[in-house]
Design a protein around this ligand. Structure first.
Ligand code: SF4
Ligand code: SF4
Length: 297
């Protein structure tokens, strides 16, 4: 939910907070830390807030009253009770539709005034915070994420998954024998689609352990709410080469058969991405044998 990086940071990071008309992120504002994080429920919630906020006088009292109204009708039970969920997250609707900050100076009705100082974290934090993924993951991986996403909901869910993304891209680069590059996950490509298939596992992973918190990720590195090791409720379930991916998907297995099925799902995605990438020239992203300037057949 930030409008700008510092000039120095721009050269070392990829901007993932606002990406395109339908892709943005509100994860660090607690977007998914709600009782019902289903995409339809979140969309209804965000659009309702935006509609209400349109009539709110831009005064301290008016904005405080809006906050009280929102918190009065929305369930306040949260998967992570100590992770603040901001009531000022709403929906930006212009040429697309994406999550956004109602207090931002560019939000409709604010006439350039920044009201984020009224939020729980305060204006400075809202303007300058960047999550561990943005700060630490290589630009080439974050570029692949940015190019692959086509909807705010999945984008915000996967962006903060620093360890999951790291395990994914390390495995892929080992397999293809080189770093991924910009052309590997170009907009609309099969590989971008497969990356979204991988990210979607966070939503529909059938091996999620009992008692796992759901899709929301507590990514602040303060030692709270650490993800446990992969749950194994029977003797003899072997370790997997996808152990990190399984842990980051909050997995639990009750049999060797289950962990093999889970590994096969992940393996299938890697196999297919590898197939597409190995058929391309890593220099220019075109199919191997294609000459620059000539249409591919
Ligand atoms: S979680 Fe990261 S990418 Fe998402 S809005 Fe916050 S800083 Fe930006
Ligand atoms: S006020 Fe701050 S925490 Fe709330 S939505 Fe805006 S940027 Fe996020």
């Amino acid at each position: 939910m930030k409008e700008n990086l510092t000039p120095d940071a721009v050269t070392h990071t990829v901007y993932l907070c606002q990406v395109s008309p339908n892709v943005s992120c509100g994860a660090c504002c607690g977007l998914y830390n709600v009782a019902d994080p289903d995409p339809r429920a979140l969309e209804v919630m965000l659009r309702r807030r935006t509609q209400w906020f349109a009539d709110v006088p831009r005064t301290v009292a008016g904005i405080d009253a809006f906050k009280a109204r929102v918190e009065g009708i929305e369930p306040q039970e949260r998967p992570f009770p100590d992770f603040h969920h901001c009531p000022f997250l709403g929906m930006i609707e212009d040429t697309g539709r994406r999550v956004g900050c109602l207090l931002h100076p560019l939000a409709p009705g604010n006439h350039g005034l920044d009201w984020r100082g009224l939020s729980y974290y305060g204006g400075m934090a809202c303007r300058t915070y960047f999550c561990p993924s943005v700060r630490h993951l290589p630009v080439r991986w974050m570029t692949a994420v940015r190019q692959s996403m086509d909807h705010w909901y999945l984008h915000g869910l996967i962006v903060t998954e620093r360890r999951l993304l790291s395990a994914f891209f390390k495995e892929l680069e080992n397999r293809i024998g080189r770093p991924v590059n910009e052309s590997d996950f170009s907009d609309g490509s099969d590989t971008a689609l497969l990356f979204r298939t991988f990210a979607t596992l966070k939503l529909n992973w059938p091996f999620r352990r009992k008692g796992a918190p759901g899709v929301c990720n507590y990514f602040f590195e303060d030692g709270q709410y650490l993800r446990p090791a992969v749950g194994k409720t029977a003797d003899g379930i072997p370790a997997s080469s996808f152990e990190t991916i399984f842990r980051e998907l909050d997995s639990g297995f009750s049999s060797t058969r289950e962990i093999h099925d889970a590994a096969e799902r992940i393996e299938d995605i890697f196999r297919r991405i590898e197939g597409f990438l190995s058929a391309r020239n890593p220099e220019d992203g075109h199919p191997v044998g294609h000459k620059a300037g000539m249409p591919s057949t």
